[in-house]
Design a protein around this ligand. Sequence first.
Ligand code: LUZ
Ligand code: MOS
Length: 768
Amino acid sequence: MNNIDSYTHTRGESIYLDDIPLLQGTLFGAVFPSPFAHGVIKSLDICEAEQMPGVVKVLTYKDITGENQIGGIVPDEPLLAEDEVDFCGMPVAFVVAETDEEARAAVKKIKVEIEKLPVITDPREAAAKGELIVPPRTFKLGNIETVWQQCKYIFEGIAETNGQEHLYIETQGAYAVPVENNAIKVYSSTQGPTAVQRASCRVTGLPMHMVEVDVTRLGGGFGGKEDQANTWAALCALATHVLRRPVKYALSRMEDMAMTGKRHPYSSDFKIGLDKDLKMIAYDVTFYQNAGAAADLSPAVMERTLFHSTNTYFIPNVKATAYSCRTNLPPNTAFRGFGGPQGMFVIEAAIAKAAEELGIDKDVIQKRNLNKTGDEFPYGQKAESEAKACWEEAESRYGLDKIKDEVESYNALHKLNKKGVAVMPVCFGISFTNTAMNQARALVHVYFDGSVSVSTGAVEMGQGVNTKILQVAAEVFSINPSRVKVHTTNTSRIANTSPSAASATADLNCKATLKACLSILERLKKVAAEELAVDVASITLKDEWVYADGERTKLNWKTLVNTAHLKRVGISEHANYSTPVIYFDKTIEKGHPFAYHVFGTAITVVTVDCLRGIYEFEAVKIVHDFGRSMNTSIDIGQIEGGLVQGIGWMTMEELIYDKEGRLRSNALSTYKIPDIYSVPKQIDIHGLESQNDNLAIFKSKAVGEPPLMYGIGAYFALRNAIKAFNPGADIPFSAPMTAEKTLLALYSKTAKGLNVVNKKVEISVQSL
Ligand code: LUZ
Ligand code: MOS
């Protein structure tokens, strides 16, 4: 089945926040952001701004009618700065004017006097100064202390990954509208309608039933709108509450890039121990997470880093510690993978380090240490593993040995271009690590004309979840999909939603839809049995007809639902689904936090131009554990998108904050994301159709986040190519591996000698 949005997307008819028709009298907001990363506000002058044409009000923290607090996990984040600013871009005031232009013009007239305080941008510096968001946590397996003596080889190092801008095509924004009796309706571009509702209520002081949040769809979220849509929605809701007029604020691209948090940069220390057979038997890792100025989702992100610190390998003795470090950057937040990719990069770096020092291929160590069913993760859960199945399928289907041979012979023939290859296996846990969040609700109405409407807590952000939900209803009732409509996500229809996140949205909301549809189906079958005077057990519905004992009857779908309604049988249902089995005990850091794991293996081939440091990805060949995909075109789209986003993070997307905490890469001219020219020339995706029972909807495993981590292979393929040019190259484990860093690595000082024979080239190399 096609993605149900493809038709209106292609025609430009899909409704996003900015496409909602505005009510007469709508006002426009704009934020005055802190120009400094850390300091005490000595004075704030809004007088001139208030006098500007069209300005209705300039709101500061003093206008907040509820609580000046939007911190979700830790209450450490004011909506508007009071007497201190903690990051560059922190909202200080909110101008509301008759037009967008007038609001932004007035923002420029606000004057603030700030006494600067020292700025911290480095997580290790923050940790050294005791600036932690929450206490550190440690996951342990076996006994790391006593096992080092048994190791034949031990390697240590540092690995670093930079952050990543979400760059959803639709920027953040919200539109709040007053409704009668002091209530408010908020349209928001959010992954978390309930998070927006909660934040809006907190700052206005309204109870949750007075604030209705409605979301049609997002032009991308990637985690950036799991918690950080709250700020703009809360500002609009507050202004609407105070002024009783509709207020809209949609951020410009540069405002969005400068004011919102991103993927967390990490700096980590690793120590890996292997035995004589290259089994990893000891792994000690310490993560320093750059959380930014407030907690936001950082403690949860940090937790997932620990969960994925050993990726898909079984290591019997592990100690993994993580620090969430408070710095003066915008609060960093959820981003596809949610700390998992950062954890996986470090174990892959440790393996690369070992392989390079031992002079063997990295994949030899990787393959030897893949987990198998029954192996214990450091957090106590036992693996139901497809790691070997994915690896071996990739190895044989794509001919890994042949690929490696071809790379080697290419490199023997070419002096200034070198190819590199890397294998990246992935194992990602599916469920919110916070057990309580693994619940969802669905409201299904069958109308007496035979059409069906479904509402759930799922937010459509391009990932195709609405199509999957529609498929569930159409399948259960065995009706034409055109009879089903999936409605907007709305907190009055579906309450207490978990955000659409953690790759779990389709599973949770489709399961709730399934439950609701099955209840209605049961009642419909009873009606059919009465009408036909047969036993209810003999009734089935197929292709819009009622069958009794396998024989088609005179009753079709339309007459059946109409009959049920006339007999006063309810044909609506609200259902609740909570993931069974899962739990986690934080006091011992053990449990069974995930419904299941998703596995996969990617083989990446790159060609590096060793004169210029630029590179092209020739191919990425993937075997991905689908379970049994319920929509392969959507799932393949997710894999392609995730892969390219991961490659971008690992190679070209370079966030630069200066020492003053200002974002210098604040536009698409200075922050380069993958485009059609930088995606791999060839992407092969093969679905591993595993038959194991799992908790996925129709056994179709979650697919949102895991593919991003295939992109990590890009870094290691580049490393492999650089080593082919300069075997002694000193390459820091530091991503992204931009063209600039690649060039530096190709000619790095500790090189045992340049691998260049042509005299002319030698000269140009020296002039570099
Ligand atoms: N969000 C969240 C997530 O709140 N908890 C999670 O475990 C998670 N995992 C992945 C992505 N978003
Ligand atoms: Mo996410 S990182 O699943 O919002």
